[in-house]
Design a protein around this ligand. Sequence first.
Ligand code: ZN
Ligand code: ZN
Length: 167
Amino acid sequence: MNYKNYEIPTDLVFRTRDIIDMKGLNCSALLNPKDFCDILRPPVKLKEAELKLKFSVLSKEVLAQGNISGVMEAQCSRCLEGFNKSFNEEFTQLYPNKNEIIDIMYIAKQTMALLENIRDICSSECKGLCAICGVNKNRVVCDCKAPSFSQFDCLRNRFNTKNVREE
Ligand SMILES: [Zn+2]
Ligand SMILES: [Zn+2]
């Protein structure tokens, strides 16, 4: 098998034999966002991503070192709006030479799933949603006022008084 004629499998499932025959491989591929629909829950979705991959053949294993970079549509955990998030993730995995296949799609999906679990915010200045009327405070200014400490003090005083009377 010639290194130059090698075509990267579109499903990213490589045959271990091919990699060993070529004594390793350096390659890159664009990922298809459709392949990640089952991993990312809407509204989070992958917009575009590139995979860079390096296989090194060791005595008993094949070492895969990968990098996935791209842009995903993320959701702000404060204001719940969607926003574009750039990412750049690396992975390293060993595959025994006697395994028939090297499933890089599986590890690419795992990498994306971990990214989804990060609590994102659209900006460090995000004001979030109003706890009373629910508007996005980045866009709308509402008149809601959070209960002030003085009001809590009033309540506490009332309870204290009540306790005193009961005694
Ligand atoms: Zn936000
Ligand atoms: Zn409000």
